[in-house]
Design a protein. Structure first.
Length: 167
């Protein structure tokens, strides 16, 4: 109940309440940002940008129970923007030389090959342990849509893992 009061104070503009809430959610935010950006420095930058946007726009939150999902949505959008900018300026060669050595299977590498929308579903559901209802609210679609997308994504991921295991 205290968190609900704290959220209401934050929405009304109490900066101390905002800071307290952001500190409570900090670990989860860092996990999300790092999962998307794969870089500690960029993850911290994304969280700083989210904090700035939160301070500027928190008064627009309509339902206190959705504050955390609102913040997660902001953070994900920032991470996606940062990834898109990195991709534009990334001058690394995309050619990989295949060797005959066997490399340990990395789940993160396989997830990274999925389209960004599917990566987001995996991260929100399994890394952030969000409920289907909350993911649906973040993505602004129905809960049934999230369930079917997640089912399809998991089937695709399973197929990719099987394919990688056979090589």
């Amino acid at each position: 109940m205290e968190e609900h009061r704290l959220i209401k104070r934050a929405i009304k503009g109490d900066e101390q309440a905002i800071v307290m809430l952001l500190e409570r959610y900090e670990q989860g935010f860092y996990k999300i940002a790092f999962a998307y950006l794969k870089n500690e420095h960029d993850a911290v930058d994304a969280i700083q940008e989210m904090t700035y946007r939160c301070l500027k726009k928190i008064h627009t939150v309509n339902s206190p129970e959705y504050l955390q999902t609102w913040l997660v949505r902001i953070l994900i959008n920032i991470c996606l923007d940062m990834k898109n900018k990195q991709a534009r300026f990334d001058l690394q060669e995309q050619v990989e030389v295949e060797s005959e050595e066997t490399h340990p299977l990395e789940l993160a590498d396989v997830i990274e090959q999925l389209p960004i929308e599917q990566q987001e579903l995996i991260y929100l559901r399994f890394f952030e342990d969000l409920k289907m209802k909350d993911i649906a609210h973040i993505q602004q679609v129905s809960e049934g849509t999230i369930k079917s997308r997640l089912h399809y994504t998991l089937r695709k991921l399973r197929g990719m893992l099987i394919e990688r295991g056979e090589r």
